[in-house]
Ligand binder design. Structure first.
Ligand SMILES: Cc1cc2nc3c(=O)[nH]c(=O)nc-3n(C[C@H](O)[C@H](O)[C@H](O)COP(=O)(O)OP(=O)(O)OC[C@H]3O[C@@H](n4cnc5c(N)ncnc54)[C@H](O)[C@@H]3O)c2cc1C
Length: 344
């Protein structure tokens, strides 16, 4: 592809500053224009991320239509209808879409996007799976992991592991957007009363088969939504120490457990616990890092936490540059002491 073709095909560009009068939204859209908000469900239960998606979708100015598919999609749609700000919920009750596999889910969404100008989902495993395929089917360029909506065509997103913030503008007719959940508050749920209607379903097969899943089940809070997170790194040395030191600390604090990539790659902790650029992005009230150096790729996943505390034996560890509270100590001594004190 030569340069001129490339230029013509590129629809995302750095945006000029948006005048304040243009930041609020809606009037330039037709009466029928709407935003489709993709909601996630597991075993017939609406995931709380739907509330973050609604907050972002509302800021685009058009009516918000929720969308959910899966075995018990009608029940999930009824739960979603209670979220304030949702105008309508479309559901497709078909077990084939239960696992949200992009090969079948993306064409199903396309089938239900009449009059839709924006399609929004969480920047979760589901969103990262489904949205690129959806964008390709719509021949549009995805706008990923946004942290704010400036106007219906202009968005802010972190780049280079959060070291730079880009404002991007899209000229695509249908915009496919994933949002960073920690940047959008939970829309209140309970008082909404949106209409629930059945969507279209041409029974997309997608040539893939769901074989199974290997889930790590835990009674601890969920890492994505926990208000407190304790996270362990390579300083813990092995899996046995990770479990012996971090689990009692997490239980004493009522916290979720996270891990650095080095800890995950070394087999100390499950992949689903990785925090950072290539893991989860969290923003709890309290993030306590233990034996983590504070590489930029790790900071990309936790630097928006309200209070950051760090235990590291190296006083020059970069984590101390972002920590509100730091303890220079040997974790093998300091953490069991802290755990005992917390238990009391
Ligand atoms: C493209 C890319 C993506 C990446 N994505 C991620 C990501 O999503 N998440 C992520 O975490 N990393 C990610 N990384 C890796 C990242 O660069 C670092 O290598 C990683 O975060 C280091 O993990 P760590 O801090 O546990 O280990 P180390 O950097 O080895 O740090 C261990 C720390 O433990 C301290 N320590 C050792 N012993 C003790 C003790 N007894 N008491 C107290 N402190 C002790 C040491 O002083 C040190 O600071 C990515 C890298 C790349 C290139």
């Amino acid at each position: 592809m030569n340069a001129s073709v490339l230029l013509r095909r590129t629809t995302l560009r750095a945006a000029r500053p948006v005048p304040v009068s243009r930041t609020i939204v809606g009037s330039q859209f037709s009466r029928l224009a709407s935003t489709l908000a993709l909601f996630e469900q597991r075993d017939g239960k609406l995931q709380s991320s739907a509330q973050n998606v609604v907050t972002a979708a509302k800021q685009l100015g058009n009516p918000v239509i929720g969308f959910v598919a899966g075995k018990s999609a009608k029940e999930v749609a009824e739960q979603a209808a209670k979220i304030e700000g949702v105008d309508k919920v479309v559901y497709v009750a078909n077990e084939a879409y239960e696992k949200g596999m992009p090969e079948s889910y993306a064409p199903l969404v396309v089938e239900n996007t009449d009059d839709v100008t924006h399609i929004v989902s969480m920047h979760s495993a589901f969103g990262k799976n489904v949205m690129p395929r959806l964008a390709a089917l719509l021949d549009t360029q995805q706008i990923s992991d946004i942290i704010s909506v400036e106007s219906p065509d202009t968005f802010v997103r972190p780049i280079y592991a959060g070291n730079a913030i880009a404002t991007v503008q899209s000229t695509d007719a249908k915009k496919v957007i994933t949002i960073r959940g920690t940047a959008f508050s939970n829309a209140p749920s309970g008082s909404g009363a949106a209409e629930v209607i059945e969507g279209k379903d041409s029974k997309h097969a997608g040539n893939v088969e769901w074989v199974g899943e290997d889930l790590t089940l835990s009674d601890r809070p969920d890492l994505d939504t926990a208000s407190k997170v304790v996270s362990g790194g390579r300083g813990l040395k092995d899996k046995e120490n990770f479990e012996k030191i971090m689990m009692p600390l997490a239980d004493a604090m009522g916290a979720a457990i996270g891990a650095s990539r080095a800890a995950v790659d070394s087999g100390f902790a499950d992949n689903s616990l990785q925090v950072g650029q290539t893991g989860k992005v969290v923003a709890p009230e309290l993030y306590l890092s233990v034996g983590i150096s504070g590489a930029i790729q790790h900071l990309a996943g936790m630097k928006d936490s309200k209070v950051i505390a760090a235990i590291n034996k190296d006083p020059d560890a970069p984590i101390f540059q972002v920590a509100d509270v730091g303890l220079v100590a040997d974790l093998f001594k300091a953490v069991p002491e802290l755990t005992e004190k917390l238990k009391k």
